[in-house]
Design a protein around this ligand. Structure first.
Ligand SMILES: [Zn+2]
Ligand SMILES: [Zn+2]
Length: 94
């Protein structure tokens, strides 16, 4: 196993999750980028990505995983940050 601990500025030492770079950036920018995840992925949390990446994958269903990785630029983030991103997008809009 690789080292699966993140040292998050806000949450300290946490397990690692994976999300596309746009979701990671939105944690700081607070942009509304959307939040999708792969329920079949392994790890402490599911791999997650934004609306733009979701649209890309729908438009390019036959592309290789290598191209998908370039589009998403998956980054590690701590699981608490992942949870925050998910919570932001799954809250009912008032
Ligand atoms: Zn994205
Ligand atoms: Zn964090």
């Amino acid at each position: 196993m690789v080292d699966t601990k993140a040292n998050c500025d806000r949450h300290g030492e946490q397990e690692l999750a994976i999300a596309c770079i746009h979701v990671c950036r939105s944690l700081d920018s607070r942009d509304d980028v959307g939040f999708y995840w792969d329920p079949d992925s392994n790890g402490a949390r599911h791999d997650a990505w934004c609306h733009a990446c979701e649209q890309w994958s729908l438009a390019n269903p036959d592309e290789s995983p290598e191209v998908w990785m370039k589009v998403t630029e998956f980054q590690f983030l701590c699981v608490r940050c992942w949870d925050e991103a998910k919570a932001r997008y799954t809250q009912p809009k008032s």
